[in-house]
Design a binder for this molecule. Structure first.
Ligand code: BEZ
Ligand code: FE
Length: 294
């Protein structure tokens, strides 16, 4: 008989050896490491047959809950911190560019192109806010013509795609193009904290582990410019609840901003907002294409 038979002591090595004929070396590396860590985990906690059954049932229901508008597996990856870890490993900045954070499941429709200064708050709810910023490259060069794609939840804590027929289509979404100085600005509302969907298996997991489902108030961004590396990120509101306990671990200190009030009737009239209004300023820096963080 060739090869070694399965035993408790050498389980991982025996299974890893079964991948010896894998043509793709990266797949061999990933599967070998996965098996080593999985077997070590099972041995560490001495998993019972009943617990293994619960896990299989949980993963089965996680798959069954997923469809084109609800991705329960991504949510599971999010609450386990895996999405943030993959994101962070793949987008190291070395302090030279804006830090990234999770994409999240609600960028499922294309944002409508809008003109600078447009109002993206179509449902008339929330504290009015002027959002603005400048997109630059690593040497401070302004990036004219950059795309700034933004989306946020409404005052009630839901994205437009979660409430079709309730919120206007494309509420609180927009695709802007920066001006000659790399600047963008638009009218919106102060972002509000909200719970991630918790009516499925992931919600059960959060409840069983006494964790809340909330994310601190944030506005999503995807910024792209030809010749530069795209950034997928959020800006977080400084005084929001849950900044130190985000359900998906997405907060980074460098992404938190104050949202001060401006009481200036002339300025309010100029930007088309009622006085007083709040302001959220978020400048973004992109690395050059092919540039890696040093
Ligand atoms: C979001 O910020 O839209 C989000 C991120 C992860 C899970 C759920 C929602
Ligand atoms: Fe979000």
């Amino acid at each position: 008989m060739s090869g070694e038979l399965f035993s408790e002591e050498r389980s991982a090595e025996v299974v890893a050896a079964s991948f010896a004929g894998t043509p793709n070396p990266r797949l061999t590396q990933v599967m070998t490491s996965l098996v080593q860590h999985l077997h070590a985990f099972v041995k560490d906690v001495e998993l019972t047959e009943e617990e293994w059954g619960v896990a299989i049932d949980f993963l089965t229901r996680t798959g069954q809950m997923s469809n084109e508008v609800r991705q329960e597996f991504i949510l599971l990856s999010d609450v386990l911190g895996v999405s943030m870890l993959v994101e962070t490993i793949n987008h190291r900045t070395g302090g030279q560019s804006t830090e990234s954070t999770v994409l999240g499941p609600f960028h499922m429709v294309e944002s409508p192109p809008r003109a600078l200064g447009d109002d993206i708050a179509l449902d008339g709810k929330g504290d009015r806010c002027l959002v603005s910023g400048q997109v630059t490259g690593p040497d401070g060069e302004p990036l004219a013509g950059a795309s700034v794609d933004v989306w946020q939840a409404n005052e009630d804590g839901f994205y437009d795609v979660q409430q079709p027929g309730v919120q206007p289509e494309s509420n609180l979404r927009g695709l802007f193009t920066t001006d000659d100085e790399g600047r963008f600005w638009f009218r919106s509302i102060v972002p509000k904290y909200y719970p991630i969907p918790d009516d499925g298996p992931v919600g059960e997991l959060l409840a069983a582990t006494a964790r809340h489902p909330n994310r601190p108030a944030h506005l999503h961004f995807i910024v792209t410019a030809p010749g530069y590396r795209p950034v997928t990120t959020h800006v977080f509101v400084e005084d929001s609840p849950y900044l130190d306990s985000d359900a998906v671990f997405g907060v980074k200190d460098s992404l938190v901003r104050a949202v001060p009030e401006v009481d200036d009737p002339a300025r309010a009239a100029e930007v088309g907002l009622p006085n007083p209004f709040r302001t959220l300023t978020f400048d973004l820096t992109l690395l050059r294409g092919g540039q890696t963080a040093s």
